[in-house]
Ligand binder design. Structure first.
Ligand SMILES: [Zn+2]
Length: 272
């Protein structure tokens, strides 16, 4: 599932490719992915220009000049692809937006994901975006703010990092990577984490997410035919999906185990 770095990468591409452009028509092949009828979606968006593209947690928010927005969540398999005017659209997208420029924005494999039409309001008033925790890269999210939040929590650290009400936008890949960076086992109980380790956890969260954004995240679907950025962080992963392979730091084989219902990847030698 795409997390902050992947959604930021898509967002930055979308700002370049569709911001300011007008939707001409909408095709819907998977009606369950949208929250209104196809006709209502077409009526709301046809002829409207994209005013902004933003991210909150793992969701994308595309807002239009008529105060309507789309909240998009890719969930496990969904992805989006942009096609230039001379390029044929691949396969059968779940939802396809055709632009007045003859370019297209296609959403694929939205089996669990969704594209919801809502009124443009503050994020915390939007139905899918209420109750989310702070953004880890928000300038207001200081080390002090993080330490205060962490001090209110119990339980294992990995499921907590993935709890969207605790911090928004971190999922399985980056929770594993952040915990390797600060040398904490995924199963460490929050109450046993020392002050210096908490500071390191905050620092790792900041630097690792920023590096992953700069490198294009780990998404494996390119955004457009001349996309050379998406997925560039894949080779920087230290533990995620490296089961049995040697730790780059100490050579010990990376281990996988179920923690909080998800696969935790870690080095049993480096992490404590
Ligand atoms: Zn190691």
């Amino acid at each position: 599932m795409p997390e902050i770095p992947e959604i930021e990468t898509v967002k930055n591409h979308l700002i370049q490719k569709i911001q300011g452009k007008t939707v001409q028509s909408v095709l819907v092949n998977r009606h369950k992915a949208i929250n209104v009828t196809k006709e209502a979606l077409v009526q709301a968006l046809a002829g409207q220009a994209v005013a902004s593209v933003r991210r909150r947690a793992k969701q994308l928010i595309i807002s239009f000049t008529n105060e309507k927005s789309l909240i998009i969540h890719f969930m496990l398999e969904g992805y989006t692809r942009f096609f230039y005017s001379e390029e044929p659209v691949d396969g059968q997208p779940s939802v396809l937006f055709e632009l007045a420029t003859n370019e297209s924005l296609a959403f694929y494999k939205m089996n669990l994901g969704y594209i919801h039409l809502v009124d443009t309001t503050q994020f915390d008033e939007m139905p899918d975006l209420a109750d989310l925790g702070p953004e880890p890269l928000d300038p207001d999210f200081s080390a002090t703010a993080f330490l205060t939040l962490l001090g209110q929590r119990k339980g294992m650290i990995k499921p907590l990092l993935m709890d969207q009400q605790f911090i928004a936008g971190i999922g399985n890949v980056y929770s594993n990577e952040i915990l390797f960076c600060c040398r904490l086992l995924p199963t460490r109980k929050v109450g046993t984490i020392a002050d210096a380790e908490r500071q390191r956890l905050y620092h790792c969260m900041q630097t690792l997410l920023k590096q992953a954004i700069a490198a294009g995240g780990v998404y494996d679907e390119p955004f457009c035919s001349d996309d050379h950025l998406t997925g560039g962080y894949e080779n920087s992963l230290q533990v995620a999906y490296r089961t049995g392979q040697p730790c780059y730091t100490c050579g010990t084989a990376i281990i996988t185990s179920r923690v909080g219902g998800r696969n935790a990847f870690y080095c049993p030698h480096c992490q404590h």
